[in-house]
Design a protein. Structure first.
Length: 166
């Protein structure tokens, strides 16, 4: 499956399919609206898609966060139900994080399941010193291009995250 999935940055033509994928995967429209708002407000740094035979089957968003060093927030991440447990999210996340590393970002924050995100190097202990409305054991950080330059400070997600329904 993953060998046949194409991983790439989204284009404007993908937006309707991404919206559909996110709405179906989360069974609500909040995440699709969040990604639209991030794009419209210039806070989406990387929208990554996995495509199989031209169909968008996976999506991962990396958006700007305000932190003591150049950092991104990961999420939402989704894979179409029919394509799950085949490594699509894994391939998509590895590709997205490699892009972020290549673009010289120093850290990525995520709120999620540590069993899932831990396999990509995210660690709760790396995020534990940072203040955020998301601060909890499920809040994790990944260091890129060396150790995180700071161990504490505020981590503020883009304004779109602060709105209801997300
Ligand atoms: C979470 C999600 C993106 C995983 O996509 P996927 O393509 O099936 O993931 P992969 O095939 O790359 O990896 C599957 C592995 O992750 C594990 N996994 C999947 N979802 C998980 C979760 N929520 N918590 C912990 N582990 C999870 C699977 O058990 C599997 O493990 P294995 O490889 O050891 O068998 C997908 O299930 C999804 O879109 N879910 C709905 C939206 C969502 O909850 N997104 C995440 C929060 S933003």
């Amino acid at each position: 499956m993953t060998e046949s999935a194409t991983l790439r940055e989204e284009t404007a033509e993908d937006h309707p399919a991404v919206r559909e994928l996110l709405t179906a995967a989360f069974e609500r429209s909040g995440e699709a609206e969040l990604v639209d708002a991030l794009r419209n407000e210039g806070d989406l740094v990387l929208g990554c898609v996995a495509a199989v035979d031209g169909l968008i089957v996976g999506y991962a968003a990396l958006s700007r966060v305000r932190a003591p060093f150049p950092a991104l927030g990961l999420g939402p991440v989704a894979v179409a139900a029919a394509y799950r447990c085949k490594g699509v999210a894994g391939a998509l996340l590895r590709w997205s994080l490699a892009r972020a590393q290549n673009d010289q970002w120093r850290g990525v924050f995520v709120l999620g399941d540590s069993a899932f995100y831990g396999r990509f190097g995210f660690r709760p202990e790396l995020a534990a010193g940072f203040s955020s409305p998301y601060a909890c054991p499920r809040f994790m950080a990944l260091a890129l291009n060396g150790a995180l330059p700071d161990k504490k400070g505020p981590v503020d997600y883009a304004p779109a995250f602060g709105r209801p329904c997300v």
